[in-house]
Design a protein. Structure first.
Length: 179
């Protein structure tokens, strides 16, 4: 009897889920009137230049007790912290950050606030409107405390210059070396 009751409850739960999913998708029009698929264009800073910026995030934000954790929305991978799952045996402290980890970091940084990033790149907002700068500068509450000095920090200069498409490699190198 318990088994039958469990099966009935499971079937009811699956039926309810299917009903919710179908009613939800009926409310969302995934296609444009002309039959094309709707898409949102996200503007983002240069991905190639991010190779110079990623070490700033890795050193200042990517420790295992901060954004080098699996459950964080801003998740940073690095040779010294959280590693992407791999078959190469890459563990923290064993090898340099891999190109795949840098690419994943880029996508994570852009994907944290894609609409706000688009507004910043379009010149409608300023880089300090992004969480990737507001939190480490303590312009918004940050559990980890300040990761950048309030003024003139090379980490902020590095990230801002990358967003502004005028990468300051010297600031990026200082931000990593001085931390």
């Amino acid at each position: 009897m318990k088994r039958l009751l469990g099966a009935v409850l499971a079937a009811a739960a699956i039926g309810a889920l299917v009903s919710i999913m179908s009613s939800t998708s009926a409310c969302i029009d995934f296609n444009e009137p002309d039959g094309g698929v709707r898409a949102t264009t996200i503007l983002a800073p240069d991905q190639t230049a991010f190779q110079t910026v990623s070490p700033v995030f890795e050193r200042r934000c990517g420790t295992l007790d901060c954004h080098g954790q699996e459950g964080r929305p801003l998740r940073i991978y690095s040779g010294l912290g959280l590693r992407l799952p791999n078959d190469a045996g890459n563990f923290p402290g064993t090898t340099a950050t891999t190109p795949d980890e840098i690419t994943t970091n880029y996508r994570t940084v852009i994907g944290l606030e894609p609409e706000e990033m688009t507004r910043v790149i379009a010149g409608e907002d300023v880089p300090r409107d992004l969480l990737i700068l507001k939190k480490p500068l303590m312009l918004e509450a940050h559990k980890g405390g300040p990761a950048f000095a309030p003024s003139g920090d090379p980490g902020e200069t590095c990230i801002t210059s990358w967003i502004d498409n005028a990468l300051d490699k010297n600031a990026c190198n200082q931000a990593v070396a001085g931390f």
